[in-house]
Design a protein around this ligand. Structure first.
Ligand code: DI6
Ligand code: FE
Length: 422
């Protein structure tokens, strides 16, 4: 057994023993009873073996050992929907809404997304990087090992590029998997007022092809809503993405049901996000296309929404449900994925295993990372989190205090707030 090691120092190859596994977060062929004593072997930055401790193959016996001291192990958490890179903040809108203004009223009065666009355009790339860095670090301290970061506060080529470059830089600097999503069709920039089609042409014909060419785009998203873009405009963006071979996602049904889920499903969207307003036809289309439903309880809570997403129907249809922070300065200034898991349970009535699958397995799928992330399984990256809690349900239970954890990335202790772990 090794003594406590400093972050980043642990040898990558090794046996992590005396840990507990949740069945729903490990590969189905791992024969470990819920909470039984398990072991995990890391070799070459990957999980080489995972199973009941007593079945550990002798061949691995010589590797260094790390005693997890009975901690629960989960895959690295995945935050699959964020707008993490932006200028400024919008606390004044919070106050306006407390005074009775609605999100739509604030947006129509020149606040909302467009006010973050002004601040983002005014910020340098380095300033955007410096403001996003501690936000990402906060999420990572809680176990996030893969994250999606959208553009959409630039709304012009150079400013969308700036956001996406910052997202890539953050991934490189912090050693976390970052998936970038181009959200040029987030809102109509003020200089295109009354010329929505011209802006969509710009998005489809210039911004997206150019940014894709620069290797800055992993997926394409649009905001299909009465205060944003129509179904027909959204489809033009999807068609442009398809021409470039890029997967799509959609902000749909946040304020109203415009049929976005059916459109997204026709384009085999990775995910449909928000979906408080979603018809049975939308659910059926998502199920048939394998599109993930991304639930964003932080935005629901912040806007004091009362229209619940159709959880029971999604569950009955077998649509995978992910849970994410939707971190953004307007509707979800949330920097705790575990708090979102809590809210998904309390507000949306997800079960704890559903919420935990929502921030791991299904979130990975919403990013197209289902073969590498979100599950503890042999062959996958050795990204996992050790939680010295009595019950795994504590991850979704505590409010306003992070459970301690030790984050292991590529087999190395990346950081930890845990008790003297391994
Ligand atoms: N839906 C959201 O929740 C964020 N974007 C979107 O399309 C909010 C954007 C904002 O208000 O800044
Ligand atoms: Fe969003």
């Amino acid at each position: 057994m090794t003594a406590m090691q400093a972050p980043g120092r642990a040898s990558a190859d090794g046996i992590w023993h005396n840990l507990r596994l949740a069945g729903s977060l490990a590969a189905p062929d791992v024969p470990v009873a819920e909470g039984a004593c398990a072991a995990l072997v890391v070799q070459g930055g990957r999980i080489a073996w995972l199973g009941p401790q007593e079945a550990l193959p002798a061949a691995h016996g010589a590797l260094p050992r790390h005693d997890a001291q009975g901690a629960w192990a989960t895959p690295g958490l995945v935050d699959c929907h964020t707008h993490l890179v932006y200028g400024g903040q919008r606390a004044h809108e919070f106050a306006l809404r407390l005074d009775g203004a609605s999100y739509e009223e604030v947006a129509r009065a020149g606040g909302g997304i467009v006010s973050s666009v002004r601040a983002t355009r005014a910020a340098s790339e380095d300033a955007l990087y410096a403001s996003a860095l501690p936000r990402l670090q906060a999420l990572m301290a809680e176990g996030v090992c893969a994250i999606e970061i959208k553009s959409g506060y630039g709304l012009a080529l150079e400013h969308e590029r700036k956001q996406l470059r910052v997202a890539r830089r953050l991934g490189g600097a912090l050693g976390i998997t970052v998936r970038t999503t181009f959200l040029g069709a987030h809102a109509l920039p003020p200089e295109y007022a009354g010329r929505s089609q011209d802006y969509i042409d710009l998005v489809c014909q210039q911004m997206l092809p150019q940014l894709a060419e620069e290797g800055l785009v992993d997926a394409v998203d649009a905001f299909c809503e009465r205060i944003a873009f129509s179904l027909a405009e959204t489809e033009q963006v999807f068609a442009a993405a398809q021409r470039l071979g890029l997967p799509v996602k959609l902000h749909a049904g946040q304020l109203s049901d415009m049929g976005g889920a059916q459109l997204a499903a026709r384009y085999q969207a990775l995910s449909c996000d928000h979906i408080e307003h979603l018809s049975p036809q939308g659910i059926a289309a998502m199920q048939a296309a394998g599109t993930v439903a991304v639930l964003l309880p932080g935005a629901y809570y912040t806007l004091r929404d009362t229209h619940l997403p159709p959880i029971a129907q999604l569950r009955a249809a077998g649509v995978p449900m992910a849970v994410s922070t939707d971190h953004n300065p307007g509707t979800s200034p949330a920097l705790s994925l575990l708090l979102m898991a809590n809210m998904a349970c309390t507000l949306f009535r997800l079960t704890v295993p559903e919420a935990l699958a929502g921030i791991t397995r299904h979130a990975a799928r919403a990013l197209g990372l289902q073969d590498t992330h979100g599950l503890l399984a042999a062959g996958r990256a050795a990204d996992f989190v050790l939680w010295p809690v009595d019950e795994l349900a504590e991850l979704a239970y505590w409010l306003g205090q992070r459970p301690a954890c030790t984050v292991v990335r590529q087999g190395r202790i990346a950081h930890g707030t845990g008790a003297p772990l391994p």
